[in-house]
Design a protein around this ligand. Sequence first.
Ligand code: NAD
Length: 300
Amino acid sequence: MGRNGNGSVGFIGIGTMGREMVLNLLKTGHAVRAFDLNEAAITDIAKEGAARAENPADAARDADIVITMLPDTPHVEAVVYGQHGLLQSPPPGRLIVDMSTISPVAVRRIHADLKQQANVSFIDAPVSGGPLGAKNATLSIMAGGEAEAFAKAEPFFRAMGTTITHVGASGAGQTVKLCNQLVCGINIQAICEALALGRASGVDLNLLREVLLGGAAGSWMLDKLGPQMIEGHVGAGFRIDLMFKDLRLVQEHAQALNVPLPGTALVTSQYVDARAHGEGANGNQALFRVYDRMTNQITG
Ligand code: NAD
């Protein structure tokens, strides 16, 4: 139990996002027991007040809720079904929330297995807002699962985010997140195209951005990523590799449901190109380098 009777959390996945989310849980009086495959990440968060866990089961051992924040579907499956996993050793609070972006189909399978085999509720609650949203506790959180389990998880969500929405049954949180990513990806591509055309025409790109921001073409992406694209700052931010993973999840989901997504297919191929040119660890603004190459601005 944390300060003032606040619930205790087992947190698995102390990466870019998870670390900031744990800091906010600690700040709001929750006790946190943390696990990550990366020993250095546990040591770092232990200095901030979290307890160390040896494995997922250990992170869960006295938790009201276990939260996972892992890269992709296989990582979440490993933590649930693997050795020292959560299916074998669920938290006493019988509530697990996955906040990673993973496959909605896998979510529904995990949800059913945890319910049937261990009487544990499972909520999918992916987030939007990036590392800054995680740091400032302003994440947008979209959750799927039973209303009762969502209500139990909500006080923990409040420590990490501001816009918190129960969007439907198990898997619905991931579906909404995938729709979010599809819009973000196509929007980034649209901005790349406008900047490439503006540059080739000799227009001042900062002025172009300002004008677009003031009208119907304005967007969060143009606001936040536009300056980095114009200045060629490719390093920081949401990684190309993670967006490529999300677009793959979008395509898999859409194909299974026979929904054609030609725009998503096109932008995905540009992410393939970016990764083939070594941009995977760069932020999404580095997609503009695909256009740099196509318009002969850089070689390589
Ligand atoms: P990250 O790679 O920085 O962190 C993931 C952490 O999980 C790492 O520390 C890794 O060591 C750990 N890990 C991997 N497998 C593990 C296992 N089996 N057991 C324990 N720990 C394990 O990733 P991130 O940027 O924090 O993203 C996490 C999730 O959140 C992803 O699904 C991502 O798509 C999503 N997301 C990220 C952002 C962003 O801007 N970074 C924004 C929204 C959503």
